[in-house]
Design a protein around this ligand. Structure first.
Ligand code: SAM
Length: 239
């Protein structure tokens, strides 16, 4: 496969949508391999415990290091020369963007560690970093209950960048945030009919004049970005 993906979670059923749609077809073609693992496989006690109370006190529970250590060693044995990139979804990670998606799409093997509760014992990423690249990634400035939906989001964004996964490769190249729009938002789009419930499609789009259409799209892209995401126009300005 072009891309191998392992996901470790205590809710394997949560990842079922990975097998739908474009990614599902890429798996069926053998272009992508996806294996979802239940973290509890690597517990040894009768209750299959994966969490304990936090050192230092405070509310909630923390995921135990040992089942994660076992999971990493079993999926990516330390003696293997090729190692995955470990992706750990966490609100404390670097923000997930289209640029990060492109980076991950060019990585042959991704191993996702889905946290729950108050997260995973910090020594797990420290241990993994001895032999693999560790990438802590945040979907945005809000807190989810677990890393599972983050994996679905990341994998959907990554999959459509793998050559041959999207029916029309050109469509991904011209999306918002890509170089084709200078990293800005894409402007409005329209389809038939030219007039609908009294609302007309902008004339320029019906003109057949490619130069003017490109210029109009550029203007719309800048205008939309200025009103909704000024941070994209001035990446060095205040966040
Ligand atoms: N105590 C952690 C903190 O304040 O940073 C939050 C833990 S959260 C309740 C449980 C899990 O959800 C995290 O370990 C992570 O896997 C996932 N998660 C929550 N918010 C996320 C976000 N914005 N991006 C990616 N993963 C997130």
């Amino acid at each position: 496969p072009d891309l191998s993906v392992d996901v470790v979670t205590i809710f394997p059923e949560y990842l079922a949508p990975l097998r739908e749609s474009l990614l599902g077809r890429a798996i069926a073609r053998g272009q992508v391999r996806v294996d979802v693992h239940d973290l509890r496989t690597w517990t040894t006690d009768v209750h299959r415990t994966v969490d304990d109370t936090p050192y230092g006190g405070g509310p909630g529970m923390v995921m135990l290091a040992e089942p994660w250590g076992q999971a990493l060693d079993s999926i990516a044995p330390p003696e293997r020369p090729d190692q995955p990139r470990l992706i750990v979804p966490t609100p404390t990670g670097r923000p997930f963007t289209q640029a990060v998606a492109a980076e991950l799409a060019a990585t042959p093997w991704l191993l996702f560690a889905c946290g729950r509760y108050e997260g995973i014992d910090s020594r797990v990423t420290e241990y993994a970093a001895r032999r693999m690249v560790v990438d802590e990634i945040s979907l945005g400035d809000y807190v989810l209950c677990g890393g599972e939906v983050a994996v679905l989001v990341v994998m959907e964004a990554v999959a459509r960048l793998i050559p041959g996964v999207l029916g029309n490769a050109a469509s991904a190249a011209e999306d918002s945030f890509t170089a084709a729009v200078d990293g800005l938002l894409e402007g409005p789009v329209y389809t038939k009919p030219a007039s609908w419930r009294g609302l007309a499609v902008p004339d320029v789009l019906l003109s057949g004049h490619h130069g003017r259409i490109a210029e109009w799209r550029r203007e719309q892209s800048v205008r939309r970005t200025r009103s909704r995401r000024p941070d994209l126009l001035d990446p060095d300005g205040p966040a």
